[in-house]
Design a binder for this molecule. Structure first.
Ligand code: KG4
Ligand code: ZN
Length: 380
C-alpha cells in the first residue's frame, strides 16, 4: 500500500480547476474549484473566463488538496496534468502550474490525456480496470466509445459524436426550455415527472447503413426545438416534463444501445461509463438493465468522479508511474486537440527528465518562460 505511487493530478481542460491526490488506487484528496456559475449567464463555458478562474484558483486548490491528503508536496512520486484535449488557454494554466511544481520539487512530470483519465478514475472506485476496458465517455465536450487494452498506452476510439456532444445536447435543449445552465441535472429532474414515451424524438445514426459506433445529437436537438416552437406558436403550454423525459430517453437509448453493441462485438464483458452525463439517472438505470440482459458488468464511478476533477488525472498519473511509463519532458505543451490515442505525452528519448533531481542548466534555460508564467502563483 505505502509503496504505491503517490501522485498529484491537475485538471484545467474546461471550467473546473481540479487537484487530486491518489496513492495507487486510493483517493486521498479531490479538491475542485468550479467557475460554472461565472459561465451560467452566457449559457456555456467562456474560454477567457475559464482561464482567468483557473489562474486564481490554482494555488489555493493545490494547497487544499495537500492539506486534505495530509501529505507534504515533497512526499509525492510525481505530478500529472491534463495536456489535452480541452480549451487551450485553460489547459495552459494547468500545464504551467504542473511544470513549475514538478520542477521546483524535483519530481517527474506526466502530461496525460483527459479522456483516458476519465476512464482511469474508475480504479479509485472499483479497483483495477479489467483489460481491455470498454468505455462510454459522455460529457459536455465529448461522446466517445473507447476500447482500452492498456489505459496507459493503448486506447482505441471506436466511435464518437459527429456533431454535438451528449451533454451539449442536454445544455441546448435546457436553454430552449429556459431551464438554465448546465442543462443535464435540471432535465434529469424534470424527466422524472414526465412520460419518456410521450413524444417520439429521433434516434440519431441508428439506421442500418449508419456507422455503428458513432453518435449524432444535433438532429435530435433541432427536432426538440422545432417541436417546442410549434407548441408555442399554437399558443399551447409546453409540457416541460414530457419533453425532458422524451428527449432524455432518445439520448440514453442510443448511448446504451451502441455501448452494449460495442461490448458484444469486441468480446468485452464489462462497460465503464464516465463524463458528466454519466450522472444521469436514466442513463444509469437503462445501462444497468441492458448490461444485465447482455451479461455485461457495468462500472460507473460516483458522480463527483464522473465530472471533471483532478483525481482522475492523478489516477492515470499513478498508473503511469506504476507501469514505468516515460515522464514528459520540460517542454511539454498543452494540446487542445490531443488525440485520444495519445494516452500521455512522453518526453523524447534522451530528453526525459526521469525522476527529478536531474535538472541541468540547459533545462532551466529552456523553461524560463513557464517559470515566468507561474512564479506569481507559486510565491504569492
Ligand atoms: O464532465 P463534465 O463535468 O464537463 C465536461 O463537459 O467535460 O460534463 C458536464 C456536462 C454538461 O453538459 C452537463 O449538462 C452534463 O454533463 N450533465 C448531465 C447531468 N449532470 C451533468 N447530463 C445529463 N444528466 C445529468 N444528470
Ligand atoms: Zn471531461
Amino acid at each position: 500500500m505505502a509503496d504505491e505511487p503517490l501522485v498529484l493530478g491537475i485538471e484545467t481542460s474546461c471550467d473546473e480547476t481540479g487537484v487530486g491526490i491518489v496513492r495507487g488506487h486510493t483517493l486521498l484528496a479531490d479538491a475542485v474549484a468550479s467557475s460554472v456559475e461565472e459561465h451560467a449567464r452566457y449559457g456555456g463555458v467562456v474560454p477567457e473566463v475559464a482561464s482567468r478562474a483557473h489562474l486564481e484558483a490554482m494555488v489555493p486548490t493545490i494547497q487544499r488538496a495537500l492539506k486534505d491528503a495530509g501529505i507534504a508536496a515533497s512526499d509525492l512520486d510525481g505530478i500529472a496534468v491534463t495536456a489535452g484535449p480541452g480549451l487551450s488557454g485553460a489547459l495552459l494554466v494547468g500545464v504551467s502550474a504542473a511544470k513549475a511544481y514538478a520542477y521546483a520539487l524535483g519530481k517527474p512530470l506526466y502530461g496525460v490525456n483527459h479522456l483516458a483519465s476519465h476512464i482511469c478514475v474508475d480504479q479509485l472506485e472499483h479497483g483495477a480496470l479489467p483489460e481491455p476496458t470498454m468505455a462510454l465517455l459522455v460529457s459536455g465536450g465529448h461522446s466517445s466509445l473507447l476500447l482500452a487494452p492498456d489505459i496507459t498506452s493503448d486506447v482505441r476510439p471506436l466511435g464518437s459524436t459527429i456533431d454535438d456532444a451528449a451533454g451539449e445536447a442536454f445544455d441546448k435543449v435546457a436553454r430552449v426550455l429556459n431551464l438554465g445552465f448546465p442543462g443535464g441535472p435540471v432535465i434529469d429532474r424534470w424527466a422524472r415527472e414526465g412520460d419518456p414515451g410521450a413524444i417520439a424524438f429521433p434516434r440519431g445514426l441508428t439506421g442500418p447503413r449508419d456507422p455503428i459506433y458513432d453518435f449524432s445529437f444535433s438532429g435530435l436537438k433541432t427536432a426538440v426545438a422545432r417541436w417546442i416552437e410549434a407548441k408555442r406558436n399554437a399558443g399551447e403550454e409546453v409540457p416541460v416534463a414530457d419533453v425532458s423525459a422524451s428527449f432524455q430517453e432518445a439520448v440514453v437509448d442510443v448511448l446504451t444501445r451502441k455501448a452494449v453493441r460495442a461490448c458484444k462485438d469486441n468480446g468485452v464483458d464489462h462497460l465503464m461509463i464516465g463524463g458528466g452525463v454519466a450522472a444521469n439517472s436514466r442513463l444509469r438505470a437503462m445501462a444497468g438493465r441492458r448490461c444485465e440482459d447482455a451479461g455485461i458488468r457495468l462500472r460507473v464511478p460516483r458522480p463527483k468522479l464522473c465530472t471533471d476533477n483532478g483525481a482522475m488525472v492523478a489516477a492515470l498519473g499513478a498508473e503511469m508511474v506504476a507501469r514505468g511509463r516515460a515522464a514528459s519532458s520540460w517542454d511539454l505543451s498543452a494540446d487542445s486537440s490531443l488525440p485520444v490515442t495519445h494516452t500521455h505525452v512522453p518526453g523524447e528519448p534522451g530528453h526525459e527528465h526521469g525522476h527529478g533531481h536531474e535538472h541541468s542548466r540547459e533545462h532551466a534555460h529552456d523553461h524560463d518562460h513557464f517559470h515566468e508564467l507561474s512564479k506569481e502563483n507559486l510565491y504569492s
